[in-house]
Design a protein around this ligand. Structure first.
Ligand SMILES: *Cc1c(COP(=O)(O)O)cnc(C)c1O
Length: 358
């Protein structure tokens, strides 16, 4: 077996021990004589998986009883419209911060459905950043405030979260369960699974249950958070295999410890930022205070060398470093499961590449 260091932004590196466990258990799950992806979503084997996935999430986030954990199909992009469809009443306004591409997509969908106030806009700034709490221009009585906790493409991350009167809604697709934080402070959190949590196609949603009552009666059942809360995410056939993988990933996070994992994440990102800052050959693209621990973005001072940098790195087994097609540059996505050895290999490569091309 030969595994590369996979810096892809998503789908992304998963813990090897989780992949190996899936492989081992695939033909005959827990003595059932069938794989978990062939098992009924209402059967004994899958029910235990589902319940543990919910329980692990509650434990890791120390959720109170006012909040529910949901697994919903369609990834994070489906949540963009579902949030205003459920939470933004007629005549109300929702506040959104614009911090880049992903926030922009959430805003675009919300505008199709109701009144949106842009509470702060730094979406097009370079170097890239997220807004500060003090610059937010909030609407009195807003339905909610939406933020993007980590801009996966530009590499800017909220380091602390604003305290607001309106329910706080966050797209945490690329940093969910990468650090300890007060989840009970939020009205709704959602995260596409494929960055930090498992395979693609599902969103983890944490919602304060009372907010689900806001949905208009005539909203189709499948689009209502209330439906999924009442059915414990089993209203329809849920993405069982993805939830199974997610359950194993949360088991792994519990074993590692969220605090220890966070420390490891800061150390990993810190090594890369030190390599970038320690040389005039490279320059980071995010404002210092907002630098993401999950997606480290930078440019080569000589941008003409970037494609060679990415190609040479790939040849050495450092894959997926190309920046998003909309911004160019280099991006190292280093979620929870990305190993420190891969960071060390990239830092050595960066130094070597500078020696050969600087
Ligand atoms: C990847 C990503 C999304 C989109 O996720 P899909 O599962 O592809 O819909 C949304 N928001 C952020 C911050 C992301 O990183």
């Amino acid at each position: 077996m030969s595994r590369v260091f996979n810096f892809s932004a998503g789908p992304a590196t998963l813990p090897l021990e989780v992949i190996e466990e899936i492989q081992r258990d695939l033909p005959d799950y827990a003595g059932s004589g069938m794989s978990i992806m062939e098992s009924s979503h209402r059967g004994k084997e899958y029910s235990a998986v589902h319940d543990e996935a919910v329980a692990n999430t509650k434990e890791l986030l120390q959720l109170d009883d006012d909040h529910a954990v949901l697994f919903m199909q369609g990834g994070a992009s489906t949540q963009f419209p579902l949030i205003p469809m459920n939470l933004l009443g007629a005549g109300q306004t929702a506040d959104y911060t614009n911090s880049g591409t992903w926030a922009g997509k959430a805003i675009k969908e919300a505008k199709l459905l109701g009144n949106v106030n842009i509470a702060a806009d730094c979406g097009k700034e370079i170097p890239t950043r997220v807004p500060t709490e003090s610059e937010l221009q909030l609407t009195p009585g807003a339905a909610y405030l939406h933020i993007t906790s980590n801009e996966t493409i530009s590499g800017a991350q909220w380091k602390s979260f604003p305290k607001t009167e309106a329910p706080l809604v966050a797209d945490m697709s690329s940093d969910m369960l990468s650090r300890p934080f007060d989840a009970n402070q939020f009205g709704l959190i959602y995260a596409g699974a494929q960055k930090n949590l498992g395979p693609a196609g599902m969103a983890l949603v944490v919602i304060r249950k009372d907010l689900a009552d806001r949905a208009p009666e005539n909203l189709p059942s499948i689009f209502k958070y209330k439906t999924h809360i009442e059915a414990n995410s089993l209203y329809n056939t849920c993405p069982c295999f993805t939830i199974y993988t997610y359950m194993l990933v949360t088991r792994w996070i519990k074993k590692m410890g969220l605090n220890a994992l966070y420390q490891q994440n800061i150390d990993k990102a810190g090594k890369l930022y030190a390599a970038i800052d320690g040389s005039d050959f490279y320059k980071g693209t995010a404002v210092q205070e907002c630098r993401s621990d999950m997606n480290v973005t930078w440019r080569l001072t000589n941008e003409d060398l970037e494609s060679k940098f990415i190609a040479d790195a790939a040849e050495q087994g450092l894959k997926g470093l190309k920046g998003h097609r909309s911004v160019g540059g280099v991006r190292a996505s280093i979620y929870n499961a990305f190993p420190t050895a891969g960071i060390d290999a990239l830092v050595s490569f960066m130094q070597e590449f500078e020696r050969a091309n600087g």
